[in-house]
Ligand binder design. Structure first.
Ligand code: NAD
Length: 332
């Protein structure tokens, strides 16, 4: 029973091979994305394909996988906006994921982005290496006492809220579901418009769904204070990038930190140094001194990769023996 891994990097092999010693599953690692260009190469009788955030599992891809006898799509991530779940259901393919591998890893990266932007440590690092110890242009602002608005208080948003409370921030939250433990800790839930209006800092932690696509757009930006800081470690298309660029040009957005980008699949997780980047939008974003871009690395800690490998292999092993993984890990 073979599992083919797509979009793999050397670190994936290291963590998965280590954790496979207790399962002895047959694993094959491919570097390519899974998509229409490669799906025909999947061997007949392959039990599972293991995919990551930028593999595209459209109806067309899923139909071919089903024809090859593939039984399981194992996501080695939490988000699943890149899989057509209805198509998987229709073709009898099970879909599993890793719902919580280390919410703190992502929450802490969001905080790291915020602290980099508000204290300009990325500029200070380069400046000091050039023996320039001047402080001109490095003026920051305190987080203490600021209003931090959080959209989505699931596992990652909750961890982020707790850290921000520890900084002495006022934390406002918007979610379809209220978390009573957060309310008890001091987080105040509000409607979307109130949350936007009061935000000094806005951090996005909801999934990408048809409802949340372009949640941050020209109109919602107009409802925010001028000088707002926005952090997105969730999914790129939560923000309409062109609207954000316009707001950066006028200073309405004072700082933007993004670990995710709508068109990231052509760029992220690749070393493109020395190449011509054809995406003018990311080039424009990276030209702003007050924009910080990281390449979808919020999840990238030892603890998270350990948990991802352990849970993903457990999901595949259980399904291969006809057993059910925990409900939270099963999408179809
Ligand atoms: P989660 O399911 O625990 O929490 C998501 C929360 O968002 C839930 O409380 C849900 O009710 C809420 N929500 C859903 N739709 C909403 C909407 N339209 N408006 C407001 N709230 C809404 O998920 P999580 O583990 O906290 O992960 C959140 C997201 O983070 C994932 O969907 C994924 O896109 C992203 N993520 C990014 C990385 C990274 O490396 N950058 C890693 C893991 C996850």
């Amino acid at each position: 029973m073979k599992t083919i891994f797509f979009s793999t990097k050397p670190y994936d092999k290291t963590f998965f091979n280590t954790h496979n010693s207790s399962h002895q599953l047959q694993l094959e690692f491919l570097e390519t994305h899974l998509g229409p260009h490669i799906v025909n190469a999947v061997d007949e009788g392959t039990f599972a394909v293991c995919v990551f955030v930028n593999d595209r599992l459209t109806e067309e891809v899923i139909r071919v996988l089903a024809g090859k006898g593939v039984k399981v799509i194992a996501l080695r991530c939490a988000g699943f906006n890149n899989v057509d779940l209805e198509a998987a259901r229709a073709h009898g393919i099970r879909v599993c994921r890793v719902p919580a591998y280390s919410p703190e890893a992502v929450a802490e990266h969001a905080v790291a982005m915020l602290l980099t932007l508000n204290r300009k440590t990325h500029k200070a690092y380069n400046r000091v290496r050039e023996q320039n110890f001047s402080l001109n242009g490095l003026l920051g602002f305190n987080l203490h006492g600021k209003t931090v608005s959080v959209i989505g208080t699931g596992k990652i948003g909750k961890a982020f809220c707790k850290i921000m409370l520890g900084f002495g921030c006022k934390v406002l939250a918007y979610d379809i579901v209220r978390d009573e433990t957060l309310e008890a800790a001091g987080v105040v839930y509000s409607d979307f418009e109130t949350l936007l209006r009061h935000a000094d800092i806005l951090s996005l932690h909801c999934p990408l769904t048809p409802e949340s696509r372009y949640l941050i757009n020209e109109q919602s930006l107009q409802g925010m204070k001028s000088g707002v800081t926005i952090i997105n470690t969730s999914r790129g298309a939560l923000i309409n990038t062109n609207d954000a660029i316009n707001a950066l040009k006028t200073g309405h957005i004072a700082y933007l930190g993004i670990d995710v980008y709508e068109q990231e699949e052509k760029l992220f997780f690749k070393d493109l140094s020395g190449s011509i980047i054809e995406d003018d939008t990311i080039q424009r974003l990276m030209s702003f001194p007050n924009v910080l871009v990281t390449g979808h690395q919020a999840f990238f800690t030892n603890e998270a990769l350990d948990e991802i490998a352990a849970t993903t292999l457990d999901n595949i092993a259980k399904l291969s023996r006809g057993k059910e993984p925990d409900k939270s890990r099963i999408l179809v």
